[in-house]
Design a protein around this ligand. Structure first.
Ligand code: SAH
Ligand code: SF4
Ligand code: F3S
Length: 480
């Protein structure tokens, strides 16, 4: 905390984050800036002097959740007129003044490109007794709304208290997205694709390592499209970045999400194979297994291209885990198209899949061009079918781990409902294998942040359960 004058107790900040890892990281940076402004975090919303929601617009459901949360805190604002309420992030950029109309008790609405200004805007809202709106401008007036800038994540003063854990941190390598898949709001709210200079990324990684971070997850909407061209013409690709990060002492594991199928180049696959600190795990969403649907989505690949990419990936990186995202019930998805997606999931044997029902987004091309013609109950049914299939595959593949000894990076006490999954060992810790599978096992909490060897005894579709076999020496060769 920044030093406080004795007469002023620290102000309390309550923050809730929805959406993807970009938002998790943005929240960390906002908290760091507010900490310097005299705020400290609270988990108790009733105690808060400022309540912030960092929001997501990717599906209607995510937005509805925020509007209902805003409704629920109205009474707090009546009780405590000095309470500051803020809506940050993607929904702020998308809905702008609409938020102030629907929830007049909101004081600040701040888009993802303006988050560095949150402390100043909170102060101004109070001084002027008027709500403040700060969003990025459209790139081309008159064209589809597309913002010009994104929050620059490099900030020497990051905030460990709101990280996934003290030794795990996100690191942004790219901002925005230029792919404009027809269903997706992200490019409109996050702005154009920009790759950060490698020197900045490496400096931030070194700083994180000094703060005790052992696992760094590089994030970008299409992280494997990362390409930075220096003024002297030198190109840095994601594979080069991985090699640079690999040399940083203290960094033990590196991951990157999310990959775009078309940009899965051989140099990247070879880097994952050859650099032992890089997790053998790739999240590369397919979205659909039907070419007609993929074309309407403007994903720019066919199902067979995707499957060939997957075959190349698995051939290059033995033991790799792959996960995917799917949208079911996209405009024009027939039973036949859906069966093609089922076929692709059957063959691909993903570690896991995130399955979403199509949610039309105002301002996207799909919403302009195609009717949302798959009934809700059909979407729900397809969601269940695909999820059941994926769970069966995940279970089968996880069972193949039983009897094996795996190296696990320990994340801390297990928060999963492991007992329900048929495991009743004491003192459970959780961690992940080199290929990102969750492992729950018994052991002392002091193992947190270290590698441990765990003998797998049983498995569910989402978790491997085992017992501690050994703790490798510090600095031992990286996990296989
Ligand atoms: N940049 C990442 C994903 C960003 S959004 C990528 O390209 O893969 C995360 C996931 O949300 C997407 O992969 C997609 O499956 C889903 N999604 C995006 N827009 C959606 C919409 N309008 N309705 C339902 N799901 C959507
Ligand atoms: Fe959205 Fe497509 Fe960009 Fe991913 S690649 S963020 S799905 S537009
Ligand atoms: Fe949502 Fe914004 Fe991420 S729309 S998925 S929080 S980039």
């Amino acid at each position: 905390m920044a030093d406080q004058p004795t007469s002023q107790p620290p102000k309390k900040l309550y923050i809730e984050t929805v959406g993807c890892q970009m938002n998790v990281l943005d929240s960390e940076l906002v908290v760091a800036r507010l900490r310097d402004d005299g705020y400290e975090l609270t988990q108790d919303i009733d105690q808060a002097d400022a309540i912030l929601y960092n929001t997501c617009s990717v599906r209607q459901h995510a937005e509805d959740k925020v509007y209902s949360a805003l409704g629920r805190i109205k009474h707090l604002k009546r009780k405590k007129p000095d309470l500051a309420v803020g809506v940050l992030g993607c929904m702020a950029q998308k809905d702008q003044n609409l938020i102030l109309r629907r929830a007049p008790h909101v004081d600040v609405v701040v888009g993802p490109g303006q988050l560095g200004r949150v402390p100043e805007l909170l102060a101004k809202a109070k001084a002027d007794a008027a709500p403040q709106l700060a969003v990025s401008l459209a790139r081309n007036a008159g064209s589809r709304s597309h913002v010009t800038s994104s929050f620059d994540s490099y900030d020497a003063d990051r905030e460990p208290a709101v990280r996934p854990s003290p030794f795990q941190a996100y690191l942004r390598v790219m901002m925005g997205c230029d792919k404009f898949c027809t269903y997706c709001i992200v490019p409109s709210v996050r702005g154009p694709e920009q790759s950060r200079p490698p020197a900045e990324i490496l400096a931030e990684a070194r700083l994180l390592a000094l703060q005790g971070v052992k696992e760094i997850t590089l994030i970008g909407q299409t992280v494997n499209s990362y390409k930075h061209k220096a003024p002297d013409g030198r190109i840095t690709r994601l594979s080069d970045l991985l090699a640079g990060l690999h040399d940083i002492d203290g960094v033990e594991r590196i991951k990157f999400i999310t990959s775009f199928p078309n940009d899965m180049t051989d140099d990247l696959l070879q880097a994952v194979r050859d650099l032992p600190k890089v997790s053998r795990y790739i999240h590369v969403p397919a979205q659909s297994g039907c070419d007609l649907v993929l074309k309407r989505m403007k994903r720019m690949y066919t199902a067979s291209f995707y499957e060939d990419m997957l075959a190349r990936l698995r051939e290059t990186i033995p033991g790799a885990s792959v996960s995917s995202d799917f949208i079911v019930g996209f405009c024009g998805e027939t039973d036949e198209s859906f069966e093609k997606t089922v076929g692709l999931v059957e063959r691909s044997r993903f570690k896991n899949s995130f399955i979403f029902k199509y949610s039309p987004r105002t301002g996207t091309k799909a919403d302009d061009l195609y009717p949302d013609d798959v009934p809700e109950e059909v979407k729900r049914h397809r969601n269940h079918v695909l999820l059941d299939l994926q769970m069966r595959i995940s279970l089968e593949d996880n069972q193949a781990f039983v009897g094996r000894e795996e190296t696990v990076l320990v994340e801390g006490p297990s928060r999963t409902t492991t007992r329900k999954e048929g495991w009743d060992g004491p003192d459970q810790l959780t961690g992940r294998t080199h290929c990102d599978r969750i492992v729950v096992f018994s052991g002392p909490e002091s193992l947190t942040g270290q590698f441990a060897r765990v003998k797998i005894q049983t498995a569910s579709a989402v978790t491997l359960f085992g017992r501690l076999a050994a703790v490798p020496d510090a600095g031992a060769a990286c996990p296989g």
